[in-house]
Design a protein around this ligand. Structure first.
Ligand code: NAD
Length: 356
């Protein structure tokens, strides 16, 4: 257990649960960072982690990110996340997801799971056969469906806000955008960017996804190892985390980084490196909040698509406030967002304590 409590990313998590089911081959971890604002809600990721330590680190970072994301989106939800260790193209079965549903259920509603990398609406529906603590469903009362179009919409609006802050106008016509990752979020984002006349440079580790983007959007394929350094105005990470680090930041040509991926900064101090390089970074958990805003409407049982869209449309305003404050204070945008999120969490904890 020392691996968890001593992990730099542990950051006072309320709970970390390891779940195993020998019959289905399930190995999963659920992390609940904070329930100060409400039940912890965050996606489940399925990924073939190279080691258990890597999976623990990922789930802890993602879970804290959800606390910050939900706080910044003004949602009545806490932060949590889960990972299933496995290859989403090979290791899925209905029984595996049902077994994972039982692990979620054992927390009695303290954690609510939805979709993330490698997990589809159908997978969440399968988990839902063993627990009611899932969201992002395709059927049922207040079902909100796939969150990724809403995530992509918020990212698109956030890209425009970041571009406008950096360059003084928000037209993306002819603007070169490098999109890393062409999954649920990346592909919906490409559609919106292409509709606005942006030039797309794209990469994915799966060739079929790249081919589809080339056919549909006239996108230019870039080697996955070089996409961050592409000759682009905007870099939009939409794959996995830790894409910005001491090696990659000096190689960036783009002056704006704004994308849907969680945990884009390998470590918190990379935010300052990005600032010093004159690059405007849209904090990931603020720009990619559209999906959880949609899921939240299902959790709170008041699903209304128009009201969800109105909430998503606040994302660019929140980002612009962060950009301006970062300029005024000469600090990284990531540090400003972290501070704002922590203040909101701390206020919620105080209110809860006072009510007890
Ligand atoms: P996804 O699994 O549908 O897509 C991820 C894509 O990235 C896949 O096509 C994968 O092949 C590709 N990829 C992986 N490693 C890569 C690499 N090194 N280079 C290029 N491509 C690579 O997942 P998604 O739902 O689109 O999520 C993408 C990111 O957005 C994740 O970080 C996720 O946590 C975050 N996010 C998603 C949502 C949502 O609504 N789905 C919401 C908030 C944040």
């Amino acid at each position: 257990m020392a691996m968890v409590f001593d992990a730099p990313d542990f950051d006072n998590h309320e709970l970390v649960l390891f779940g195993r089911d020998a019959d289905t081959g399930l190995s999963a971890i659920i992390a609940v960072h904070s329930t100060a604002l409400g039940p912890a809600c965050g996606g489940c990721r399925m990924w073939p982690y190279a080691s258990e330590g890597e999976a623990v680190r990922d789930v802890l970072r993602l879970s804290r990110g959800m606390s910050y994301k939900n706080a910044m989106a003004g949602l009545p939800l806490g932060g949590g996340k889960s990972v299933i260790i496995g290859d989403s193209r090979k290791d899925k079965s209905e029984a595996l997801f049902r077994a994972f549903g039982q692990v979620i259920d054992s927390l009695g509603g303290r954690y609510i799971a939805a979709e993330d990398v490698g997990i589809t609406v159908a997978d969440v529906m399968a988990m839902g056969k063993s627990t009611k603590h899932v969201a992002g469903l395709s059927k049922g009362h207040d079902a909100s469906g796939d969150p990724s179009p809403f995530t992509a919409y918020g990212v698109y609006l956030g890209i425009k806000a970041a571009f406008a802050h950096k360059f003084g106008n928000d037209s993306l016509k002819g603007v070169r955008v490098a999109v890393q990752g062409l999954g649920n979020v990346g592909s919906h984002l490409c559609q919106r960017l292409a509709d606005d006349g942006a030039v797309l440079l794209v990469s994915d580790i799966h060739a079929d996804n790249v081919k589809r983007a080339m056919d549909r959007f006239g996108a230019i394929a870039v080697d996955p190892a070089a996409i961050h350094a592409a000759e682009a105005d905007i870099f939009a990470p939409c794959a996995l985390g830790a894409v910005l680090d001491e090696r990659t930041v000096p190689q960036l040509k783009a002056k704006v980084v704004a994308g849907g991926a969680n945990n884009q900064l390998a470590t918190d101090d990379i935010g300052e490196l990005v600032r010093q390089a004159g690059i405007l970074y849209a904090p990931d958990y603020v720009i990619n909040g559209g999906g959880i805003i949609n899921v939240s409407a299902e959790v709170t049982q008041a699903y209304d698509r128009d009201s969800v869209l109105r909430q998503v449309e606040r994302i660019p305003h929140t980002l612009t406030d962060i950009f301006r404050r970062a300029d005024r204070e000469g600090r990284p945008t990531s540090a400003i967002a972290d501070q704002m999120a922590r203040e909101r969490l701390s206020a919620a904890r105080q209110t809860r304590l006072a009510a007890e």
